[in-house]
Design a protein around this ligand. Structure first.
Ligand code: MN
Length: 243
């Protein structure tokens, strides 16, 4: 019932779940999705399941209003994926993580910036979504509905990564490997920047031009990272070997 293109997307998505667990971007929580390659008004995402347990059989086709015909429970925060896909036609994959390395930059006045050539895509200051601006100070911080998802997408704007205050972050890309690489390298950039601040209290960030040039160079090498991480997560397989 799925086409070859959809099966390829499902396989990439399942692999991404395992890669992101292996790289410690996801644990029992967080999720990753991919826009449906043939039905761009829908996206593919696991049912409500820990990412490390996701298989091909757990993937739900979800519409941009957050609904699915799959009767199994869905992720509560699927609206953040839906609203980013709605706002950003260029985005084909979304990662949402609670990484503890990123959170400090969501709760302090120190902006997360590109300080490392592998994270040039971060630019000069990663935007921070403040949920209190929308629902006040009593929320559980979760993106529970389309309105909150749309507000997060507004804050993300046309950037690659947005922090979510006291919660985590989203990373987006034009492909699954690009979104995964952005999540992995944003997290490592955050660790490097925090370490530099501890050492010196100050640090040298990339210029905007350096960041853009580094991002372009690294995007040309995405396949190397993706194949390495899939192998490391035990996910090396020929295309559609599991049909
Ligand atoms: Mn979350």
């Amino acid at each position: 019932m799925h086409t070859d293109a959809a099966l390829d997307a499902i396989h990439d998505l399942v692999d991404a779940n395992h890669v992101l667990v292996r790289r410690e971007i996801l644990d029992a929580f967080g999720h990753v999705s991919v826009r449906h390659p043939e039905s761009p008004e829908t996206f593919l995402i696991s049912r409500n399941l820990a990412p490390g347990l996701v298989t091909d059989h757990d993937i739900q086709v979800t519409a941009l209003d957050g609904t699915t015909t799959d009767m199994r429970p869905s992720y509560l925060e699927r609206f953040l994926h839906a609203e980013i896909y709605r706002a950003r036609p260029d985005v084909h994959a979304v990662v949402h993580s609670h990484s503890a390395s990123m959170v400090p930059f969501s709760i302090s006045r120190t902006p997360l910036r590109a300080v490392w050539h592998m994270a040039g895509f971060l630019g000069d200051a990663v935007p921070v979504f403040e949920i209190r601006d929308t629902v006040g100070a009593g929320s559980d911080l979760l993106i529970r509905d389309a309105a909150l998802g749309a507000r997060l997408a507004d804050v993300l704007g046309d950037t690659a990564v947005a922090l979510m205050r006291g919660h985590g972050f989203v990373a987006v890309g034009g492909s699954v490997p690009q979104a995964v690489a952005r999540a992995v390298y944003a997290d490592l950039n955050a660790r490097a920047q925090a370490t530099a601040i501890q050492l010196l209290g100050d640090y040298t960030a990339l210029t905007i031009e350096e960041g853009e040039a580094a991002a372009e160079a690294n995007d040309g090498q995405l396949g190397r990272a993706w194949e390495t991480w899939r192998a490391e997560a035990g996910r090396s397989r020929t295309r559609r070997a599991c049909e």
